[in-house]
Design a protein. Structure first.
Length: 322
């Protein structure tokens, strides 16, 4: 395949604290598989996706040091200046799934109402995988619906294509992400996307957050990517920025996330513990990402980036925050 206008490492990105810089890189990417050429792109923009923190809500309190796993899935909607079709709006789609190990590092009741409303967390490892799907399996990622606004939400079709890239999520003890509960009553509908309420009436706490993620590329398909003459010898990393929120507004809450069916507990309220077994926290994650080439001696501890779980601040007894 021929690479068009490929340039390498063109600008610096911000690092955490006193960390040294890394170069943001243009990479070759097959934005249109019907065209044999790779295009030069500087970023990926992902459609709003689903994230599920499995067994994150364990009691009426949220303990520092708690660990759990968050699963994320989304469709690629833009690569650099090139639009990518989503759902069945085109003849193909690019999708991604991630498994992220999380650790709570801080949780507090900042407004004195007896409810933990601010939680901070760190990523301590995981994996990221990206797929190309020509719909030969007959299933497309469906959280946005076939028309991009509404439809079914099985959560299937994100990992049934051809694997084209794999990365290992960096454990970063300095990068801290957070989630803030703005309304812990648990009365808002979880699905506010397109007015279709595909989740059957599940309600949720409300909140917003942001999260950091860095992953080191360990394998890629050269039919879809070109990282320059050194390839992975350049120590390529993916860096994300992501906003987190509840309720869902940009995508439907899906019935399966990373192969896991959301458990909202006996009360059917997302983020409000109903007692007994540990429950999941389901939230929307809207991400964008780029590639960087760390300079010699640069540590893996970079800020910027996507994903992870929301700070499940917990409501005590009657309404447990997340």
């Amino acid at each position: 395949m021929k690479l068009k206008n490929l340039a390498a490492a063109i600008s610096a990105v911000a690092m955490v604290g006193a960390l040294s810089s890394a170069q943001a890189a243009l990479i070759g990417f097959n934005a249109d598989p019907t065209n044999p050429d790779l295009e030069s792109v500087d970023s990926f923009d992902w459609a709003p996706g689903n994230a599920l923190a499995v067994d994150a809500i364990k009691s009426n309190t949220f303990d520092v040091g708690d660990v759990f796993t968050t699963y994320w899935q989304a469709e690629l909607t833009k690569a650099g200046m090139y639009n990518i079709p989503v759902g069945s709006n085109g003849s193909f789609e690019y999708t991604a799934v991630a498994t992220i190990n999380e650790k709570i590092v801080f949780s507090a009741d900042t407004d004195g109402d007896g409810i933990d409303d601010l939680t901070k967390f760190q990523h301590v490892g995981g994996t990221f995988r990206m797929y190309y799907d020509d719909f030969s399996s007959g299933i497309n990622a469906d959280g946005r619906g076939d028309d991009g606004t509404a439809g079914t939400a099985s959560g299937l079709g994100y990992d049934d294509g051809t694997l084209i890239l794999e990365a290992t999520i960096v454990s970063d003890p300095t990068g801290v992400s957070q989630f803030v509960i703005t309304d812990a009553s648990g009365t808002a509908g979880l699905d506010l996307h397109a007015g279709d309420d595909v989740d059957g009436g599940v309600t949720t706490v409300q909140g917003i957050g942001s999260t950091n993620l860095v992953a080191t590329v360990v394998w890629f398909d050269p039919a879809f990517f070109d990282f320059g003459p050194k390839g992975l010898d350049s120590w390529i990393q993916m860096v994300w920025e992501s906003s987190l929120r509840n309720p869902f507004i940009g995508v439907n809450p899906e019935a399966s996330v990373g192969g896991n069916t959301p458990d909202y507990g006996n009360n059917n309220i997302n983020g409000v513990w109903s007692g007994g077994e540990a429950e999941d926290f389901h939230f929307q994650a809207d991400a964008n990402s780029n590639f960087v080439v760390p300079e010699p001696g640069t540590l893996l501890l970079m800020s910027l980036g996507l994903f992870g779980l929301s700070g499940l601040a917990r409501k005590r007894q009657r309404v447990h925050s997340i």
